[in-house]
Design a protein around this ligand. Structure first.
Ligand SMILES: [Cu+2]
Length: 175
């Protein structure tokens, strides 16, 4: 008589029982929330609120890293994110990634990004992002690196980018 793997596997799952599985899922969800909060940082600059600047860990030898954050304008006049810097990179740009006819393309935004009065702009994967080039040091998961954001009206803000795990969402840069 033979026991195939297919016969024994369901028994292994059954041994945990639905309550144990549910408890495990709840624990996992709790961890996810906890780690998000650990990374969440908020800054204020005039009427602007800047939330959760983050980046992704880079692979050894990588020359570029990305940056993301959320900018909210509580004021009554438009502002504009003009430029960025980061301590780990020799040069930083503001980019936009766009899907056009099924092809992902990316372009630097020389004029920056408008932050409309009363509006919110999200820099996130597959969309607007910051591009840190000529990396002098890798972005290491679990660490932070300092940078600055310069706005047309609100001025310059020092922030820290929290480095999250590596991801393949920026393959257009080989990063
Ligand atoms: Cu880019």
């Amino acid at each position: 008589m033979t026991h195939s793997a297919a016969n024994t596997r369901p028994l292994a799952f059954a041994a945990f029982g639905p309550n144990v599985l549910r408890a495990a899922l709840i624990a996992l969800a709790g961890l996810a929330i906890a780690s998000t909060q650990a990374f969440a940082q908020e800054y204020k600059l005039g009427e602007l609120e800047i939330a959760h600047p983050w980046s992704r860990a880079t692979l050894p030898g990588a020359k570029v890293a990305t940056g993301y954050l959320i900018i909210k304008n509580n004021g009554t006049t438009d502002d504009r994110l003009l430029s960025v810097t980061a301590e780990i990179s020799g040069k930083a740009e503001i980019h936009e990634m766009k899907m056009t006819d099924g092809v992902m393309s990316m372009r630097p935004l020389k004029e920056g990004i408008e932050i409309p009065a009363g509006g919110e702009v999200k820099l996130e994967p597959q969309s607007y992002h910051l591009m840190f080039m000529d990396l002098a040091a890798p972005a290491v998961e679990g660490t932070k690196f300092p940078g600055t954001l310069t706005f047309e009206k609100a001025g310059t803000l020092s922030v820290e980018f929290a480095v999250d795990k590596a991801g393949g969402d920026h393959s257009a840069h080989g990063g």
